[in-house]
Design a protein around this ligand. Structure first.
Ligand code: MG
Length: 219
């Protein structure tokens, strides 16, 4: 079982489900040749995929195209179902930085065939997290910078204001379909600039005032 790490709390919270939003930044939708969605596109990752900043991403042997995706991650701190705006806002009790590591070659193949993306998104070390910043310690402005470097070269650099669906809209949408519980995490999508990484690459990701991830890809 995996537990969350908090910046300012020693509370032991087991990680629940990781609910991820696809195509939530218009420029990223375009770079992968997709259409801007009418509703958030949702997929899941298991908690067992999680590693923390400082640990290493193990490159699966069955893929030749492992991509980084830096994302704002919402920490759900209470049970919520069919949330209205206020309930959605209250359920979001913290934020962290996440990497939604993706096997792009497998994803493209699955999309072509109309098969589920699961194995392109779910593998050990596919979700990297930094420590959770509680909302009581920092309230999101909504225009924080989000960026990622590979070997010191900037690959992704945007603002969370460029999200198509806001955190509250995302929580409302998901909670109308499935109950969200304390310990669940929501990955809110990645900006443009996703690219391939290989064993030996060092990744640094940051969201202004939220946190940083340092990790590397290994065989
Ligand atoms: Mg993603």
């Amino acid at each position: 079982m995996k537990y969350l790490k908090f910046k300012s709390s020693n509370e032991q919270v087991p990680i629940g489900k990781l609910v991820c939003v696809g195509r939530n930044y218009a420029a990223h939708v375009k770079e992968l040749g997709n259409e801007v969605p009418e509703f958030p596109i949702i997929f899941l990752k298991p908690a067992s995929n999680v590693i923390y900043s400082g640990e290493s991403i193990v490159h699966p042997t069955y893929s030749n195209e492992l991509h980084h995706e830096v994302e704002l991650v919402l920490y759900i701190g209470e049970t919520v179902k069919n949330a209205n705006n206020e309930q959605a806002e209250n359920a979001i009790q913290g934020y962290t930085v996440g990497l939604d590591m993706t096997l792009r070659d497998l994803q493209m193949e699955f999309k072509k065939k109309g098969d589920p993306w699961t194995l392109a998104k779910c593998f050990d070390t596919a979700a990297v997290l930094s420590d959770v910043v509680l909302k009581k310690d920092y309230s999101l402005r909504g225009d924080e910078n989000i960026s990622l470097m590979v070997n010191g070269i900037t690959k992704q650099n945007s603002s969370i204001k460029n999200m198509i669906f806001s955190p509250v809209e995302i929580v409302k949408y998901i909670s109308a379909k499935m109950t969200l519980e304390k310990g669940d995490l929501i990955f809110t999508g990645t900006p443009e600039g996703v690219s391939k990484v290989v064993p030996g690459d060092k990744i640094e990701a940051e969201i202004e005032n939220i946190g940083k991830i340092k990790t590397q890809v290994i065989k």
